[in-house]
Design a protein around this ligand. Sequence first.
Ligand code: ZN
Length: 292
Amino acid sequence: MKLITFTHGGTTRIGVVKGDAVVDLSTAAPDLPREMVAFLEAGDAALDVARAASDAASSTLALSDVHLESPLLRPPKILAVGLNYADHIAETGMDTPKHPMIFNKQSTSAHPPGDPFHAPRVSDKIDYEGELGVVIGKRCRHVPKERAAEVIAGYTVVNDATVRDWQMRVPTMTMGKSFDTHCPMGPWLMTADEVSDPHSLELKTWVNGELRQHSNTKHLIFNCFDLVEHLSTAFTLEPGDVIATGTPSGVGIGFKPRKFLVAGDVVRIAIDGIGEIENAVVTEPPETIYIG
Ligand code: ZN
């Protein structure tokens, strides 16, 4: 199933995409939670109800008539991995990490799959990173990689947008990775049953139609299952947590001269078998200055 969070007629709820149509689960299965994290917390039974309801639905909305939101409006955690493709490590000139280089993006950076994201007023060093995102479906701890598939609800496409100077000027990446709007994702959560092998997916990123990144998730150094094992060694993973699995070569900072994003650029990221997201870049608007 392609599970979405969408807004239509002034309310936001979840649904299932079927071709060019959307089954609105708030009407097709009104007893289900209407928010994705709560829906995932309801477990396999809720997934079964959604699947049956979407198969039986007689009325649908047009996909083009709804506004897609981030599948997870506010993931409990957004975890990410640096330096997880050999070709990207080579372009950065760094050494291959012995352990997954984990960092967080703040959950408030989650952003819709088609909305513009911000070129911040404090920097002109904004970059893109096309990545496969893993979405956790079951609360878990100490998951061996052989069982990691059991806790994965599905997969999505992530742009780990990055403010490079803010990332590099201090030892931790938290600030440079967490600007508002800097985690576009979607267009949907592709449930794991429809992804036969998450480690053989073509990944491509274009900027203004120019192919910048082209790799395959088979090249991940620490794969999705390794990451679930590693992360859950330290802390509980929860339904709706997103793990951005790292980016291959071809990010803007890897070019000579560098190719940072400017307002007006359009970033499109596609992962075969999952979907694609496309986000323009806009100058951070005045409305981002507020208190209360
Ligand atoms: Zn990244």
